[in-house]
Design a binder for this molecule. Structure first.
Ligand SMILES: C[S@@+](CC[C@H](N)C(=O)[O-])C[C@H]1O[C@@H](n2cnc3c(N)ncnc32)[C@H](O)[C@@H]1O
Length: 224
């Protein structure tokens, strides 16, 4: 059934967006885990890690980590990933499955330490942030990354925003997304469409690798 909620700048509406979306994930938590734990995201791991220094022990934020598949992977590669998700059952499973720290936080009320991470991996998660909130979230990513830090995002592409069943989503094409990233102090390094080796019309996912090239403070921007 389609929802008819509309998105406004009013924070109550964001709470509505969040609680309906997170409830949907929570109700299907086991099903989601069984359906996604074996997904092959090696192309995304490779694109993200190859943009960072070639060493172990990188501090990685897995934004919207879900039940922990990618935390486990990064940890096994010798890195120090930390998860972040707002869905309690996912946070619990991710902690047990990966052995990593997982922050139970809302995308609408992030509390990230400044210059804490070498990279942020946002696989299939950032599209749940409404476009009006995207500049704020990207600025917080910018501040949480060390100079030169890398941001990876993979999101369904398109040009619409709203409810898809009981999940809220914002879908953009590369050009629009690049504008948001540039405004937030990132430079795009590469982008590609998924699944691999399909005609474009059968590639609903857009993956973008970008790098922090300017520091975004509360009041302005300076190049680094
Ligand atoms: C499609 S899942 C992706 C999970 C994982 N990254 C993966 O690739 O399997 C989106 C994730 O975003 C989280 N999420 C959605 N809206 C959120 C919000 N407002 N605050 C915190 N987490 C949210 C969900 O709980 C879910 O884990």
């Amino acid at each position: 059934m389609e929802n008819t909620y509309t998105m406004t700048k009013d924070s109550t509406s964001y709470q509505t967006i969040e609680s309906i979306t997170l409830d949907d994930y929570a109700q299907r938590a086991e099903q989601f885990w069984l359906g996604t734990r074996d997904h092959d995201v090696s192309q995304n791991y490779q694109a993200f890690l190859s943009a960072m220094p070639d060493k172990k022990g990188l501090d990685i934020l897995d934004f919207g980590c879900g039940p922990g598949r990618d935390l486990y992977y990064f940890s096994k590669q010798g890195h120090k990933p930390v998860g972040l998700d707002g869905c309690k059952p996912f946070c619990e499973r991710a902690r047990v499955y990966s052995g990593c720290e997982v922050l139970e936080q809302s995308f609408f009320a992030l509390d990230l330490e400044s210059e804490r991470f070498d990279g942020i991996f946002a696989n299939a998660s950032l599209f749940h942030v409404p476009s009006e909130e995207l500049p704020r979230v990207l600025k917080e990513f910018n501040q949480a990354l060390r100079p030169g830090g890398v941001l990876f995002t993979s999101s369904p592409r398109g040009s619409s925003e709203g409810w898809n069943g009981s999940r809220y989503g914002c879908f953009m094409e590369f050009e629009q997304y690049q504008e948001y990233l540039t405004q937030a102090g990132f430079s795009v390094l590469s982008h590609y469409y998924r699944p691999k080796d399909k005609p474009r019309e059968e590639q609903p996912w857009l993956a973008v690798v970008s790098k922090k090239t300017a520091y975004k403070s509360g009041s302005g921007s300076r190049h680094i």
